[in-house]
Design a protein around this ligand. Sequence first.
Ligand code: 3PG
Length: 237
Amino acid sequence: MFSKMNISIKRMPGLCGRSDTEKSAMNRILEKLSEIGIVPVIKIDDANDAAPLAHALSDGGIPAAEVTFRTSCASSAIIAMREACPDMIVGAGTVVTVAQADEAIAAGAQFIVSPGFDPAVVRYCISRSMPVLPGCVTPTEIMAAMNIGLDVVKFFPASDFGGVKTIKALSAPFGQMKFVPTGGVNENNLEEYLSQSSVLFVGGSYMATGAMISSHDWQSVASKSRAAADVVARVRG
Ligand code: 3PG
């Protein structure tokens, strides 16, 4: 049974210079994402779609989004989503350079996600008191993340790297590590991922696909989000 996560970024060497207030602000974002349980991974082509998308996700009970830097309007979309729904937690995804991390933070991103582990990107985020989730799928990558001070990583692409079975195997040696599986998370396996005590929350695009966004199908976004929120409540409630 899922028990409330104990998220601590306290042992981060990179956080030694951070005040308690800064550390707890970082933890609070991860705690809120853990409570929401699932973070929609967004690829948005038109920043004008950001505000209605934010409303649809929030109306569906998922007040969170990871806006990927796969399109040129990512930072404008982050600004628009935060303006439209100030209570929503909006982060940046597919952040692969320090420059992108900087741009995302300037736009108001509240967390940073990267597909892989890059020490420069991670250190930069830590120096800016920004929660950062680098993609780690091997023991070596996880150890690199631990040794820089992280205790939460993205597990990506989750289904291609063995899904829940691999997360369970990794949790044996890395019992303190929490995972955010993303990539292949869908309605059929959401419950299984959320049931793992080592899973902090999951990420996925299925509640707000590119097709739904470009066709302004906000009703589908809200209803898929509502169904996901119901699973979170049932599994973790
Ligand atoms: C990601 O960027 O994290 C993934 O591409 C999302 O994967 P999904 O489209 O399989 O949910």
